[in-house]
Design a protein around this ligand. Structure first.
Ligand SMILES: Nc1ncnc2c1ncn2[C@@H]1O[C@H](COP(=O)(O)OP(=O)(O)O)[C@@H](O)[C@H]1O
Ligand SMILES: [Mg+2]
Length: 395
């Protein structure tokens, strides 16, 4: 950023021969028009730097009428800074350009300005007789730069975080899989009886805790991957009902334990999707496991879908559970948002399932809708766009 004009011989206005008055009034009119047209604020000051004229743009930049600035020293209109960043007022005895200045307007807003000036000189003594100058409002430019810097920092930060998560994920999953695998072997008494009911109880606990920890780690890693925009879909064509049923099979034991009826009530069996099969299963699994988890003994959970012509496809997971009010829903949709945090059900999760599910649905170009009433139950609708229905089997 250049801060001073090249020092030149002092400028002395030439005197025009001939019809001087006509020329002068023409020049004045031109000057007035330019002053009004330019987006910078134009100002004049006396030899001491005291403002004697300020153009109407003062109102837009300073938020005060031009007359409020007249009489102030140009160096007092705000805080001036040198290019190196420290405070420094411009030397008004020399030309200067784009000297950075910040001001606080009466409405509380801060503006960043570039102030430039050219001194003019007395024809006879060559002493400074005053200054002509401009003030440019560069706040939007600085704001864009500041936001860009903040965005770059955040992106680097999140990139570093996902790198760490990606490398630690393997380290975390490997021992957990060993814990889960070996505790399963012991629980099944594959190599001989345990001969002690307490041990059988403990090994069941170890296995459940290992599985729980693994699901938490998977949710956290998925969330991190989606937030760092690493997530890409691997689309294939598959039968929707098959994926629904494979998710149902995984939730079935939990439903049975709590005496909850779990069913797929779909009438159509040959609808095919063009989507990421693994992600779709994850979506259904998250919604079904929530439905079972937040439904009391003896309740009912169903999964269904409909595809009205031209309106895409909607998969609905409905339960007769504890339900949520509108504020609960808002909270549930935020990462780590859980409603009754002191309950056993909440302890079984991380609060990442629903926001993750929403991201996965949106990654498919769809939307997630939660309809719920406290004490009555919940329906979560997954809307997928028409182009997710595989053409060959769509109708
Ligand atoms: N079907 C549902 N019925 C009632 N509450 C629900 C349902 N699904 C989700 N919630 C509420 O939303 C919260 C967040 O859900 P989720 O993101 O899946 O996290 P988690 O299951 O790990 O607790 C849950 O803790 C629960 O309070
Ligand atoms: Mg959940």
């Amino acid at each position: 950023m250049e801060h001073t004009y090249q020092t030149r011989r002092p400028r002395i206005w030439p005197s025009f021969p001939g019809i001087a008055e006509d020329r002068a009034s023409g020049a004045l009119a031109r000057l007035e028009n330019f002053t009004r047209l330019v987006s910078d604020m134009i100002w004049e000051a006396d030899q001491h730097g005291v403002l004697t004229f300020v153009s109407e743009r003062a109102m837009d930049i300073f938020g005060v009428p031009a007359s409020h600035l007249v009489g102030q020293k140009i160096t007092n209109i705000g805080t001036f800074f040198a290019p190196e960043g420290h405070r420094q007022s411009p030397n008004t005895e020399r030309p200067f350009r784009d000297h950075k200045c910040t001001i606080k307007r009466p409405d509380g807003r801060t503006r960043i300005l570039f102030v430039s000036a050219l001194p003019h000189y007395n024809e006879l003594s060559w002493e400074i007789s005053g200054l002509h100058g401009t003030v440019k409002d560069v706040t939007p430019k600085f704001e864009v730069e500041r936001l860009k810097a903040a965005k770059d920092l955040a992106e680097t930060d999140s990139h570093v975080k996902s790198e760490i998560l990606a490398t630690t994920s393997h380290e975390l999953r490997t021992p957990l899989n060993a814990i889960i695998g070996f505790s399963s072997l012991i629980q099944d008494e594959t190599f001989g009886p345990l001969n002690n009911p307490a041990y059988m109880d403990y090994i069941g606990n170890i296995k459940d805790s290992g599985e729980h920890l693994l699901s938490i780690i998977n949710d956290i890693l998925d969330t991190a991957a989606l937030q760092s925009t690493q997530a890409t879909l691997c689309p294939s064509t598959f039968r929707l009902i098959d994926v629904m049923q494979s998710a149902l099979r995984l939730v079935q034991p939990h439903a049975e334990k709590d005496d909850i009826s779990l069913s797929c009530v779909c009438a159509e069996h040959d609808v095919h999707l063009l989507a990421d099969k693994r992600r779709m299963k994850q979506i259904f699994l998250n919604l079904l496991s929530n439905a079972v988890k937040f439904t009391a003994r003896g309740g009912r959970v169903t999964i269904d879908f409909s595809h009205p012509p031209g309106a895409g496809l909607t998969i609905a997971v409905t339960d007769t559970g504890i339900g949520m009010d509108p504020n609960d829903i808002k909270k549930a949709m935020t990462p780590f948002g859980q409603i009754n945090t002191d309950t056993d059900q909440a302890a079984k999760g991380t609060g990442l399932g629903l926001p993750l599910t929403q991201e996965l649905v949106e990654l498919h170009g769809g939307t997630l809708e939660v309809l719920s009433q406290k004490g009555t139950g919940t329906t979560v609708n997954v809307h997928l766009p028409e182009n997710r229905i595989a053409a060959d089997a769509a109708r």
